[in-house]
Design a protein around this ligand. Structure first.
Ligand code: ATP
Ligand code: MG
Ligand code: MG
Ligand code: MG
Length: 473
């Protein structure tokens, strides 16, 4: 079937509407009343209020296409076919209403019926938790061949105390030509780390409560929570090599070609990574700023800063010297306008924010890159394997290089960064700032300068939070 991304999104929502679900709008990326999460990272993250009983939904059957950000995947972007920082998660939810049988039967109908996706059953594989006999039975009753049902020990969704249960993931066989591994590689199966079997959907059967004492008690009211990556589904429909060769990303890639010094997508695998990173990050920063976040040195703001700076460095690799990322904001707005008209409406404001961050980084970027290249050369020459922590800190502090960016840049050269050394330097600076502050405070001085120093050093600590948050689905 030839379908656009907008049609596919709508088809999913319409299918579950036809099964009695209410369509929930895509919620803000900035979590509301949830200090455990930096960003909304899945559909279910916005539904916690229903699942924990604090809000009772009018209809216990809900469906949505939820914009989500996962920072734990930043470094995968551009290197795998399937990972983004911002993506849309299609989902259907049952708040104590239907359970495993309906969830499985409907999933199969959506995927294979000619009225809906119409995918070839031969190309679909389901993983199930080994003890979950019900799931195995329901998949078979729906029509899945037994040799397409695969047991996987890690198909159990559990984030500590609270609702938990087995899950079932659906993989689409993209064919041998997508294989990045040898045919006999042990990872070459649905669920392994490979590019052939694409994970498109995760269906969670939350049926236990993980008790404080570590035991699992059956829940009186069982829930369904699912997540399907829109971009991956679109890549299948549009027969794209990766998520990027689809109507969701090509407009930004093509615009970036025009900004470059004549570089073309699909000509050099190394440069393709840069095109993909830019296309991906342009979406994430546009949506994040549209939802009210701003670049800064901590929390969400640091994520935006890191994404913008990573995109700008990748722009340099394509021969782009001035600010350009801000020009992708209206392109993103145009691509997404059917479901997210508010992005295009705010495009001028978002572009202004992006441009000022780009300009600021561009001021020091040429010198920063020169220093970094010197450091790499020096390190290689001395036979060392690591960039000094103090040097990485100087790059951060003076030239605005997030340490993750330095790490990624040198990784390509086979060199790592002494991150403990970096942290130690960061801490020294924080201590200096604290001392200066307390001295000045005791004299009753409050200067803007000090407030700036404070925010410039308070960025550590988001990573742990984020890793925890990434386990929601
Ligand atoms: P993967 O193993 O490919 O990293 P996952 O198991 O971490 O995916 P889930 O947490 O199960 O992903 O999320 C549900 C669905 O959301 C996935 O099946 C996939 O289709 C989609 N998805 C997850 N992470 C990403 C991402 N970074 N970019 C695009 N889609 C994603
Ligand atoms: Mg993942
Ligand atoms: Mg997975
Ligand atoms: Mg999964």
């Amino acid at each position: 079937k030839q379908l656009s991304s907008s049609q596919i999104r709508q088809m999913y929502l319409d299918f579950f509407k036809s099964k009695g679900h209410t369509i929930e709008p895509s919620a803000s990326l900035v979590p509301v009343d949830d200090p455990t999460l930096l960003w909304i990272n899945s559909g279910v993250a916005t539904m916690k209020k229903y699942f924990n009983g604090s809000v009772v939904p009018k209809n216990p059957r809900l469906t949505s296409s939820q914009k989500s950000i996962r920072t734990n995947d930043i470094e995968n972007v551009g290197r795998t076919a399937r990972h983004h920082t911002l993506f849309e998660m299609l989902g259907n939810f049952s708040v104590g209403d239907y359970f495993k049988k309906e969830a499985i039967t409907w999933a199969w109908e959506l995927l294979t019926s000619d009225d809906w996706f119409g995918w070839d059953p031969e190309l679909l594989y389901m993983t199930v938790y080994p003890q979950d006999d019900d799931a195995k039975q329901f998949w078979q009753e729906a029509g899945v061949q037994p040799d397409h049902i695969i047991e996987a020990e890690d198909n159990f969704w559990d984030i500590g105390e609270g609702p938990s249960g087995p899950d079932s993931e659906i993989f689409y066989d993209r064919g041998k030509s997508f294989n990045n591994l040898a045919d006999d590689d042990p990872e070459n199966y649905p669920g392994g780390e490979n590019e052939r079997y694409l994970e498109v959907w995760n269906i969670v059967f939350s049926q236990f409560n993980h008790e404080p004492d570590g035991s699992y008690k059956p829940l009186p009211r069982k829930n369904i929570d699912t997540g399907m990556g829109l971009e991956r589904v679109v890549s299948v429909f549009q027969n794209a090599k990766t998520n990027f060769e689809t109507d969701l990303f090509l407009p930004m890639i093509n615009a970036t070609e025009d900004f470059s010094d004549g570089k073309k997508y699909n000509a050099d695998p190394k440069l393709d990574i840069s095109f993909k990173v830019i296309a991906d990050h342009s979406r994430a920063i546009t949506f994040a700023i549209g939802d009210g976040a701003l670049p800064s040195n901590d929390g969400r703001g640091y994520v935006i800063r890191r994404l913008i700076r990573r995109a700008v460095v990748n722009g340099r690799k394509l021969g782009i010297n001035g600010a350009f990322l801000y020009k992708l904001v209206p392109v993103v707005g145009e691509v997404m306008k059917s479901y997210y008209p508010e992005v295009l409406e705010q495009a001028d404001y978002i572009a202004k924010v992006v441009k000022s961050e780009e300009d600021r980084f561009n001021e020091t970027l040429t010198d920063g890159l020169a220093l970094l290249n010197d450091l790499v050369a020096k390190t290689k020459k001395s036979g060392a394997k690591e960039i000094d922590g103090a040097d990485a800190f100087k790059l951060y502090d003076t030239y605005g290089f997030p340490v993750e960016l330095t790490r990624e840049y040198t990784l390509d050269e086979g060199i790592t960064v002494d991150e403990d050394g970096f942290k130690a330097e960061m801490k020294k600076q924080q201590d200096r700032a604290r001392n200066a502050r307390s001295k000045n405070e005791s004299m009753g001085v409050q200067s803007d300068l000090l407030i700036n120093v404070k925010s410039a050093s308070e960025y550590v600590g988001y990573t742990q939070l984020d890793v925890k948050a990434a386990k929601v689905t």
